[in-house]
Design a protein around this ligand. Structure first.
Ligand code: HAM
Length: 420
């Protein structure tokens, strides 16, 4: 029978890797907590309409990449490809907009996109992200940007570049799109087939095509910064000024547009020079129109998400050791079958004190038990031997120094705690 493996684009996170994941998650929770964000957990699948309306019908994600299925009740459901639309749905469903203070939420978990798998790009991947709802001030954009950059810094992720742009509001952008379309219409033959399709469906996406030929064609293209309305121009200037004040380095890239229809004004991406073509470790932006489009009261919002697998890849490339091997603090070695009962009491007693303790599941020779203790990296071995036990004692061996001593079993827990 053929071996059943993980589906293409997915992978197991093996026990040796999990501690690295937990460390990154812990740092993320800590950083979010200090910025006043609270965790929100939304379902893995949502009504398909949430994403087609939220992300936009003409986007690559909605057109080509969603895992959509019909359930037994005939509903069209989709495995979430991103976290922003679900957060907005939850914000509306639970009337969070009624709160007097801005809503500050973070999330982490698996996302699903039917993309061509390669290093750093998977079909099931994990994001952690944060959304700030109810703040129109540029300080909101900057808070999110600095928060994600702080998170990378705490992890020790260096060599990250913050790229930023403003794509304006619906009004000024539509004027710009007209200009862009007329520019593109005269030279469409020079663009790749994907860009020719984008020209008809989502012309802004032509701007961030990675094809060299398209990049050359775009050299003379009109730039959105020249079409921003006074309010959008002022907003962007303030975002950049605040970043300057806070000494956060950035690069303004007038071609950065990102792949979601919900963005307005600020968009940003963080990339790492240590990754290959899939170099974005995070990205986000402002989406002032989305809450109203989903049927809620007009609510400005801004957010970002970062990719867990890519962050871990960069850490690995930097040589940062973040996986912590499991610790076995105490190993119980038992000589005779009848001593297993008191040893078992010690086994569970030490574990309940939070001391990681192991013992062989079946009766084995002493040599084999010490071999296991060494393999597990045990700090101490407690030997239950017949003659010592008759006097109420056990042997406590320090595996780093090799020294051993007899200890009254009644004082064993205190003795172990004292020495650890
Ligand atoms: P995004 O740029 O599509 O934005 O994804 C954010 C990050 O998720 C990327 O920078 C990348 O690190 C990671 N990522 C995306 N696709 C994959 C994949 N197939 N495999 C591995 N990692 C991947 C969003 O999802 C927006 N919801 C961000 C946002 C939040 N905007 C406002 N609020």
């Amino acid at each position: 029978m053929a071996e059943i493996t993980t589906p293409r684009g997915t992978k197991d996170i093996l026990p040796g890797e999990v501690s690295g994941w937990q460390r990154v998650e812990q740092v993320f929770r800590q950083v979010c907590g200090s910025y006043g964000y609270q965790e929100l957990r939304t379902p893995i699948f949502e009504h398909t309409e949430l994403f087609s309306r939220g992300i936009g019908e003409g986007t690559d994600i909605v057109e080509k990449e969603m895992y959509t299925f019909t359930d037994k009740g005939g509903r069209s459901l989709t495995l979430r490809p991103e976290g922003t639309a679900p957060v907005v749905r939850s914000f509306l469903e639970h009337r969070m907009y009624g709160d007097p203070e801005p809503t500050k939420l973070y999330y982490l978990g698996p996302m699903f996109r039917y993309e061509r798998p390669q290093t750093g790009r998977y079909r099931q991947f994990h994001q952690f992200g944060a959304e700030l709802l109810g703040v129109v001030d540029p300080l909101g954009d900057v808070e999110l940007i600095i928060m994600v950059m702080d998170f990378y810094r705490v992890l020790g992720l260096h060599d990250c570049t913050l790229t930023i742009n403003s794509i304006g509001c619906r009004e000024c952008r539509s004027v710009y799109i007209e200009e862009l379309l007329s520019f593109l219409s005269n030279r469409l033959e020079g663009f790749c087939p994907d860009c020719r399709r984008r020209y008809a469906q989502n012309p802004l996406r032509v701007l961030d095509c990675k094809e060299q030929g398209c990049k050359q064609e775009l050299a003379q293209a009109p730039l959105i910064k020249d079409y921003l309305c006074p309010e959008c121009k002022e907003h962007f200037a303030q975002v950049l000024a605040l970043l300057d004040d806070l000494k956060e380095d950035y690069v303004v890239n007038p071609f950065l547009v990102r792949g979601f229809d919900y963005y307005t004004r600020t968009v940003f991406e963080i990339s790492s020079g240590l990754l290959g073509s899939q170099d974005a470790v995070g990205g986000g932006g402002r989406y002032d129109g989305l809450v109203a489009e989903m049927g809620g009261p007009s609510t400005p919002a801004v957010g970002f998400a970062a990719g867990m697998e890519r962050v871990l890849l960069v850490l690995e490339k930097c040589g940062t050791q973040i996986s912590i091997p499991p610790v076995c603090q105490v190993y119980l070695a038992v000589t005779g079958g009848e001593l297993r009962a008191p040893a078992c009491k010690t086994l569970f007693g030490l574990r309940r004190l939070g001391i990681s303790t192991e013992m062989a599941y079946e009766t084995r020779g002493m040599k084999g038990q010490f071999k296991s203790a060494n393999r597990l990296g045990a700090r101490f071995v407690i030997v239950y031997g017949e003659s010592e036990y008759q006097q109420g004692k056990v042997t406590l061996k320090d595996m780093t120094t090799g020294k051993e001593c007899l200890v009254d079993e009644a004082c064993l827990f205190d003795e172990v705690q004292k020495r650890l």
